[in-house]
Design a protein around this ligand. Structure first.
Ligand code: SAH
Length: 392
């Protein structure tokens, strides 16, 4: 087996079960290898530390699959990881009659680069690394065997695949073709999910619990749902008895499905759909002195590299400042960041600065995070990407 030898003093993070080995930590690679192949990882003195998948062209050269150097990485090993992940979801994230939930959450479930989401009878997967690509067959087979499902649709169209030298791969890879829209239930709401063209695998399953929290707070309030996508928070708020909901999103596809999701739930009432840049909309609302009782800010990932971090933080601050200016006395703000590079501490500071500038006293009522079917490995803090604050 090909062996990756680490530089002297660079074995600490592997010993702490961090699953990524960066190219800068590697002294040399002994032997030939194909992308995705399993390699043995050793420290500078030759002690075996574990096994992982190699991605020779990526900055993350190895993604660990086992910290037991004597493990055998084969279809059975990978299949067990998939089955264990699925079993762990039992009772943790049951979403009722048509389960829509994440079944495999990459590093957190020991399967770097692998995401599998379930939308009722359909599974949708994303394989973003050479290792994930290598084990795709075994993963799909294990998932289809563990969950009653009609088909497995692949959505490996994320840009990050390029870092591992992989092209796009989209389509049905097992069973039947999923319908153009899958009708899912979440809490008391129904949503249509477009698994072919929607963001991620079609829906932001990671916000499930936060949508429920917002739904429970919405009664009698005027709600502004900024970065609405297909209406997740907005529908939950209207179902929860909101007086009005205004959805704002720049994408016409997202807004079209957002409208249909409101219709599907029979909540037409006082609902607005504003298809524009959110920053512009918020500034206009501030200038025309609009105000709301409950505001949701769920922007896309602003920071996808360290170089973009400062700009991203300015963006988050501006947004939060604008939103706070629109908030009535006694109003509440649910604000999020899904940038993995923005830690909960940094996010809290940014929101604090926004409140200072807005001249507003705000208290944290709840700390919010990704739903429990998107667990985070104790050894991989980067896995906590979605964090939020409910402020009053
Ligand atoms: N809250 C949603 C998910 C939001 S994802 C849910 O629970 O389902 C982020 C959304 O922001 C996407 O729909 C994207 O189209 C939108 N977006 C990105 N940039 C934007 C901008 N400048 N103004 C308005 N919307 C934007």
């Amino acid at each position: 087996m090909t062996t990756v030898i680490l530089k002297k003093g660079r074995d600490h993070s592997v010993r702490c079960r961090h699953p990524w080995i960066f190219s800068g930590a590697v002294e040399r690679i002994e032997g030939e290898c194909q992308p995705g192949e399993t390699v043995s990882v050793r420290d500078s003195a030759g002690e075996a530390l574990g096994l992982g998948s190699i991605s020779p062209s990526s900055q993350i050269v190895v993604r660990m699959l086992s910290f037991d150097p004597s493990a055998t990485i084969d279809d059975a090993f990978i299949g067990d990881l998939v089955r264990r992940s699925i079993a762990m979801r039992d009772g943790v994230a049951d979403s009722g009659t048509a389960p829509a939930m994440r079944l495999v959450n990459a590093e957190a479930d020991g399967l770097p680069g692998v995401v599998i989401d379930r939308y009722g009878e359909w599974l949708v997967g994303q394989f973003t690394t050479a290792g994930a690509e290598m084990w795709k067959g075994a993963i799909v087979k294990a998932a289809m065997g563990a969950v009653p499902s009609r088909g497995f649709f692949e959505r490996s169209d994320a840009d990050v695949r390029r870092r591992d030298g992989l092209g796009e791969s989209v389509g049905t890879i097992s069973g039947d073709e999923p319908p153009a829209e899958i009708d899912i239930r979440e809490g008391g709401c129904r949503y249509l999910v477009d698994v072919r063209k929607g963001h991620k695998t079609g829906f932001y399953l990671d916000q499930r619990e936060n949508r429920a929290i917002v739904g429970n707070l919405a009664a009698g309030r005027d709600v502004l749902n900024v970065f609405s996508y297909t209406g997740g928070f907005g529908v939950a708020a209207m179902k929860g008895g909101a007086k009005s909901v205004e959805n704002v999103d720049i994408s016409s596809e997202a807004m079209a499905l957002c409208r249909r999701n409101f219709e599907l739930n029979g909540v037409s009432g006082d609902v607005a759909f504003t298809e524009r840049n959110a920053f512009e909309v918020l500034r206009r609302m501030r200038d025309s002195r609009r105000s709301f009782d409950l505001i949701i800010l769920d922007p896309p990932k602003f920071a996808d590299s360290k170089g973009r971090l400062m700009g991203a933080l300015r963006g988050y601050k501006d947004l939060n400042l604008l939103a706070m200016k629109l908030l009535r006395p006694g109003g509440m703000l649910a604000t999020f960041s899904c940038s993995g590079l923005v830690t909960p501490d940094i996010f809290r500071k940014v929101v604090q600065e926004a409140a200072l500038d807005a001249g507003r006293d705000m208290r944290i009522v709840r700390q919010l995070r990704q739903a429990p079917d998107h667990p985070e490995s104790l050894f991989f803090p980067e896995g906590l990407y979605l964090k939020g604050l409910l402020l009053a």
